[in-house]
Design a protein. Structure first.
Length: 118
């Protein structure tokens, strides 16, 4: 692997462990939820509450990462972190409140900014 990849993303073995231990076990629950929740009315009170709780948890995680950045994120300047959040929020609002679009655009802004700054 190139030095650029290792310097930018870290140890490839750590990424593999992250996928195996973090991503795959969660996918089982996501697929089970998709299968069991297929018939639930999207406008039901319980689903509105679940969506609100999920959004609040995401907001809390973003706030914690902004204020106390872990690991390599601590090397990213504050202005870039806040700018990426602002970009993500703007896309979130422009895409009719798509959390996915907001998170992805914020992440792209962060990675592009870090790459540009070196």
């Amino acid at each position: 692997m190139s030095d650029w990849f290792s310097n930018f993303f870290g140890d490839p073995h750590a990424l593999l462990v992250l996928v195996i231990a973090g991503f795959l076990p969660n996918e089982v629950w996501r697929m089970l939820g998709l299968w069991l929740g297929g018939g639930v009315d999207e406008g039901s009170e319980i689903l509105i509450w679940v969506r609100a709780v999920a959004t609040a948890i995401l907001a809390g995680v973003i706030a914690q990462i902004l204020l106390q950045p872990p690991g390599a994120l601590a090397s990213v300047p504050e202005g870039l972190r806040y700018g990426a959040v602002a970009a993500g929020f703007a896309v979130f609002m422009l895409t009719r409140r798509s959390i996915f679009a907001g998170v992805v655009s914020g992440e792209v802004a962060m990675v592009a900014g870090k790459w540009w700054l070196g």
